[in-house]
Design a binder for this molecule. Structure first.
Ligand code: SF4
Ligand SMILES: [Zn+2]
Ligand SMILES: [Zn+2]
Length: 298
């Protein structure tokens, strides 16, 4: 029975609490709006580029941001990166287009093919390289570049609690604490005038909760996974975390909480990192060339 109103439950949320449809929808929206306020994610004058993939997280995010930003007249638009992954991205793009059209939201689409000359599928055929390692670098680069080009002051992404717990553990397992310093509901350790800060309004909601929300709201989501995901380190860490969560509920939340506890000191430690400008493309870079120009050179 629903903990709050005694109706039939549709989900058991964090903390082992069963909730009915009405109470769950209220809980979900409240938590997102609380995160936005608590962490000062959005200022009225901001222009928000919402990273859209067409999946459940990004369409849930777009739905909620539309609900909160439109009445207060804060500008926002969807920004979709088309990597060119056959049988996957071509499907989710259609979902994103449909949602944006129905809700009158502007959607800008940038493709690897146009920007880099090849789709991700074509690049992977030419070179043996981990798909996600390459794809992640290229996608982050394009999102930042085009969000800035279109005048955005913040980039909102649909990362949820599961994604964050995975990132924290991946960094820990690879000894990349400098990367963890960039996590949290609002990023911004690395400062460079070309870097657009990133915000994660779904930060405290689990994957199961966003999936349930998107289904109950009837968002046009096709539940498919990128064919490259199963070969990734993230997938392996994700499975490990889910196994632990099943045995010890609250594990994912604890991983995220521990990061939040040490984040201020981590941020302090890594704040001094110098970020320069890529000699070739003029985007932010830690070395002479940014990661993308280095990868494309190779
Ligand atoms: S799973 Fe990997 S290859 Fe697929 S979209 Fe995500 S980062 Fe790119
Ligand atoms: Zn209820
Ligand atoms: Zn570059």
């Amino acid at each position: 029975m629903c903990k709050t109103c005694k109706e039939n439950p549709v989900i058991i949320i964090q903390g082992n609490k069963p909730l009915c449809k009405g109470c769950f929808m209220k809980y979900f929206e409240k938590k997102v709006f609380w995160t936005i306020r608590q962490y000062n994610l959005i200022d009225k004058k901001d222009i928000i580029a919402v990273g859209v993939s067409g999946g459940k997280d990004s369409l849930t995010l777009l739905y909620l941001l539309n609900k909160v930003l439109t009445p207060q007249k804060t500008k926002f638009f969807g920004l979709l990166i088309d990597e060119g992954i056959k049988g996957y991205r071509n499907i989710t793009i259609e979902d994103a287009k449909k949602f944006c059209k129905e809700n009158g939201i502007e959607l800008k689409i940038i493709s690897y093919k146009k920007e880099f000359g090849n789709t991700l599928d074509e690049m992977l055929k030419q070179k043996k390289i981990n798909a996600c390692a390459l794809c992640g670098v290229l996608r982050r680069y394009l999102i930042n570049k085009y969000a800035r080009k279109y005048g955005a002051t913040k980039i909102a992404t649909g990362h949820n609690l599961d994604d964050e717990a995975q990132s924290i553990l991946m960094n820990q397992l690879k000894g990349n604490m400098a990367f963890s310093a960039k996590l949290g509901p609002k990023t911004g350790v690395l400062t460079h005038d070309q870097f657009i800060p990133r915000i994660k309004p779904l930060y405290f909601l689990t994957e199961k909760e966003t999936t349930t929300f998107s289904k109950l709201k009837n968002l046009p989501v096709t539940f498919i996974e990128c064919p490259n995901h199963k070969d990734s380190f993230r997938d392996e860490v994700g499975k490990m975390l889910s196994n632990l969560e099943a045995k010890y509920p609250g594990t994912k939340q604890s991983v995220v909480n521990s990061l939040l506890q040490v984040l201020p000191s981590l941020a302090k430690q890594f704040k001094g990192q110098k970020i320069g400008t890529c000699k070739k493309c003029k985007e932010p870079a830690a070395k002479d060339l940014c990661k993308v120009c280095e990868l494309l050179k190779r």
